[in-house]
Design a protein around this ligand. Structure first.
Ligand code: CP3
Length: 346
């Protein structure tokens, strides 16, 4: 007998089977917009939280129950994988993440160590086990990792960037160093995601949050082969959600790199996005997270517009086009989930 989550709306949508209703979950569904999360963070740094598996599980399970979403995602962070590879990671209060010893030039690439085993990231594997153990059997758990480009760009920039000029200088200027960096990251990501799969996740999402800064030719040349090699090396039968943001022109290339579900942001209509991706893939998205700052009636109307574009085709996973903003009222996030469940079950 297959596990109960096997026939959940989320898993069915990922396989493009009719799912009864449109499943919905939210990127960053556990986070600062939620009072329960802020309470846990009151006496605990974000990194410490990420390294305490039981609390990671509790944070996510609380969010899933509060929102009534159709999937949980591992509570962790994109950049943790870089720590055992030798980069010093910090989350200074009120700022985005910082890598204190970034890879600034080709000669620094050797400083990025090989992730030889999953042992230093055992806390992530344990967070998967505990989240899976506490989660309703009817709901799937999503694992995740950063895509090679986004991780490489973080490793080189050392933090948030407006123009990605350091990463691009390395990428455009020294193909050999770029290849070495991306190859090492690919091996680490494959190890990391397969460990999450072994520990009990049902799907994985690859976040290429920064890929939108690239044009199509550069994405094809410098990024696509690496993302493809990651996706091709994952345990078969586990759907991959391939997500990027910022540049809808990349959608056909994301599809080419792989993934059974392509994640899209709000900069493109969902029906146009699906046409660009092709009907043989599922799609995830794509409400502008800022809509959640308005009111339930507006949220319901905007969710309805996206559902109309999906037009009841199997293979739509409703989500935001990017993560929940910290200023979001929780009631509005709940109103969105309720609206999708109601309007998406016709
Ligand atoms: O979706 C979820 O609820 C699961 C957990 C999750 C977090 N980060 C928790 C988090 C996931 C899937 C991520 C992925 C992640 N992390 C990405 C890819 C997705 C995206 O947003 O594009 C990126 C780029 C990161 C790196 C990162 N971590 C940034 C840029 C920040 C700062 C964000 C901000 O608004 O300040 C973080 C911190 C972070 N990751 C928080 C959470 C809940 C906030 C930490 C806190 O202050 O308590």
């Amino acid at each position: 007998m297959p596990a109960p989550w096997h026939d959940s709306p989320m898993m069915k949508a990922a396989r493009r089977e009719p799912s009864g209703r449109v499943p919905v979950w939210l990127m960053r569904q556990a986070g600062r917009y939620m009072a329960e999360y802020r309470e846990i963070r009151r006496d605990l740094g974000f990194l410490e939280l990420c390294k305490t598996p039981q609390l990671c599980a509790e944070v996510m399970l609380t969010a899933v129950e509060r929102l009534g979403v159709d999937a949980a995602i591992l509570f962790s962070d994109l950049l943790l994988i870089l720590e055992p590879m030798g980069l010093q990671l910090a989350f200074p209060a009120g700022k985005g993440p910082v890598l204190q010893n970034p890879i600034r030039q080709a000669t620094d690439v050797d400083r990025l160590g090989e992730l030889e085993s999953i042992d230093p990231l055992e806390f992530v594997v344990e967070a998967v086990r505990r989240t899976r153990a506490g989660l309703d059997d009817a709901l799937p758990l999503i694992g995740f990792a950063g895509a090679p480009f986004t991780l490489a760009a973080y490793a080189v920039e050392g933090g948030a960037s407006r123009d990605y000029r350091r990463a691009k200088t390395l990428m455009y200027g020294d193909t050999g160093a770029w290849h070495a960096l991306m190859t090492r990251l690919c091996r680490a990501i494959i190890l990391y995601l397969n460990a999450q799969i072994d520990a009990g996740v049902q799907l994985v999402q690859l976040f290429d949050s920064w890929a939108g800064c690239l044009g199509t030719d550069d994405y094809r040349r410098y990024v696509l082969p690496y993302s493809r090699s990651v996706i091709e090396s994952l345990a078969p039968g586990v759907p991959v959600i391939h997500f990027a943001t910022g540049n809808p022109a990349l959608l056909p290339l994301l599809r080419e790199a792989g993934g059974s579900v392509i994640g899209v942001d709000w900069r493109v209509r969902l029906d146009d996005a699906w046409a660009a991706i092709g009907g043989d893939r599922a799609i995830q998205g794509n409400l502008d997270p800022a809509v959640l700052l308005t009111d339930p009636a507006t949220i319901r109307r905007r969710a309805g517009e996206i559902l109309d574009q999906a037009a009841g085709r199997p293979g739509h996973v409703f989500n935001l086009g990017h993560g929940v903003l910290p200023q979001t009222p929780v009631e509005n996030a709940i109103a969105l989930v309720d609206a999708v469940h109601e309007l998406g079950s016709r």
